[in-house]
Design a protein around this ligand. Structure first.
Ligand SMILES: Cc1cc2nc3c(=O)[nH]c(=O)nc-3n(C[C@H](O)[C@H](O)[C@H](O)COP(=O)(O)OP(=O)(O)OC[C@H]3O[C@@H](n4cnc5c(N)ncnc54)[C@H](O)[C@@H]3O)c2cc1C
Length: 408
């Protein structure tokens, strides 16, 4: 008989969402055990070369958890966004002055965010992180969940009141809970890379709308741009196969010379643009969060920002409760977070449909969307504000007003 490790909360998945969630919950007096499939060597993690655009609300949360302070030298601020449209001379500029904000947003490399999170987790006595775990299986009971996993060939067992699945888009916990999902494939891909350009300007981001989809350049602290270039999957496959020089030439042709000459780039990666949404976010004592609950296409730059609002709400809701797995809390979480999730999903869905390629109707819609965007600097501003993941609400706007039942 295996001796169980008992805890209030077990989080499966120590990606950016699971790791931030652990810190937020530990601050809410919940004991946390985290299980991660990857072996986390040192404090860095993966070959993830992505960067994440963070809005103001995300900064507030990361600040409160002590993550921001560790990251400060790796964060670039965005002071203005230059929005243009291929084939049109119109340019719209968003700036912190016109928006009356200290900054339009921030950009940080994922690897640095993860390294800061793991360092804080290691130092936190309320969190136990177990990495390199094998397959995870669960059994639900009325008052707890049993989570079985393999650790170096040995069977182990965690007994938790609440299981939080932060195990990503292909969540095995979601499958085991038989939670259904809706998948929308936009038949578009994003090619990303960090590129250097001869006229790099600190604080200045660019977004260019083209008939094939938007391309964004966001400034990084190391004076490169984080580039997200959207196109059809067949075009993406061609772009991924280009020789280095030819890749830069094609990017230059597509983007123009606003940032000067493109000189070099780091490794390219391609991501399909899909929207995956779970039909419910909880079942029994298991709750999905982050990409496991909904995966939003990268062009929107919203997935992590949205998940931070979710987990901040959740940690506040579960603060000091005796049994965090009670349905009443999970249901309140689902209901109260729905409108924010719907808003982001609908916005990103609308944006991508406008740029999708697969039917004449959509091509027509895309043409119309571009025409409208071209005529309306107000709309360009709205699309860019949301589409770059900037300007998130103040975090206090997404906190629970009250608990539906009092703490036991
Ligand atoms: C190209 C790109 C750019 C993006 N840019 C932005 C942006 O600018 N702003 C923004 O807000 N969002 C952005 N996003 C979205 C953001 O990256 C995601 O919202 C975020 O990474 C989701 O993190 P996660 O922790 O939920 O999932 P993941 O990062 O997938 O982490 C899941 C973790 O679970 C682990 N795991 C999986 N299965 C198991 C198992 N069975 N047992 C134990 N562990 C397991 C994995 O090893 C992994 O560590 C972008 C996404 C992409 C693809």
């Amino acid at each position: 008989m295996i001796q169980p490790l008992e805890t209030d909360v077990c989080i499966v998945g120590a990606g950016m969402v699971g790791a931030t969630l652990a810190l937020a919950l530990a601050g809410s007096n919940q004991r946390v055990i985290m299980l991660e499939a990857r072996k986390l060597e040192g404090s860095t993690s993966s070959d993830d070369v992505r960067n994440t655009a963070l809005g103001f609300g995300s900064r507030q949360l990361l600040d409160r958890l002590g993550v921001w302070q560790q990251l400060e030298s790796d964060i670039a601020e965005i002071h203005s966004v230059h929005v243009s449209q291929k084939g049109s001379f119109g340019v719209t500029r968003l700036s912190r002055e016109t928006e009356k904000l200290p900054s339009l947003g921030y950009l940080a490399p994922n690897q640095k965010i993860l390294a800061a999170l793991y360092q804080l987790i290691t130092d936190n006595k309320h969190i136990e992180l177990i990495d390199g775990v094998g397959e995870v299986a669960l059994d639900q009971y009325e008052r707890h969940v049993n989570i079985m996993y393999q650790d170096e060939g040995e069977e182990r067992l965690v007994q938790a009141r609440l299981l939080l699945a932060a195990d990503g888009t292909n969540s095995s916990i979601r499958s085991q809970c038989k939670i259904e999902t809706e998948l929308t494939d936009y038949e578009q891909s994003a090619v990303i890379a960090n590129v250097s350009a001869s006229k790099f300007k600190h604080g200045v981001a660019y977004e260019r709308f083209t008939k094939d989809g938007p391309v964004a350049l966001l400034p990084l602290a190391n004076q490169e741009y984080s580039m997200v270039w959207t196109m059809r999957p067949d075009a993406a496959a061609e772009v991924m196969a280009l020789e280095q020089k030819e890749f830069l030439t094609q990017l230059q042709k597509h983007f123009g010379y606003r940032a000067g000459l493109f000189e070099s780039y780091t490794r390219r990666q391609e991501y399909p643009l899909r929207l995956l949404r779970s039909k419910t976010v909880y079942q029994g004592r298991c709750l999905l969060i982050g990409n496991a609950a909904y995966t939003i296409h990268p062009v929107a730059g919203q997935g992590f920002n949205l998940a931070l609002r979710d987990l901040s709400y959740l940690a506040a809701l579960l603060n000091d409760v005796a049994d965090p797995g009670l349905e009443v809390y999970l249901d309140q979480y689902q209901q109260d977070r729905k409108s924010d999730v719907d808003r982001i999903v609908n916005f990103t869905d609308g944006l991508l449909r406008a740029f999708a390629n697969d039917s004449s109707l959509l091509v027509h819609a895309r043409g119309a969307a571009l025409a409208i965007l071209g005529q309306s600097s107000f709309l360009q501003r709205q699309v860019s504000r949301q589409g770059l993941g900037l300007f998130q609400h103040d975090l206090s706007a997404s906190q629970p007003q009250s608990k539906m039942i009092s703490n036991e």
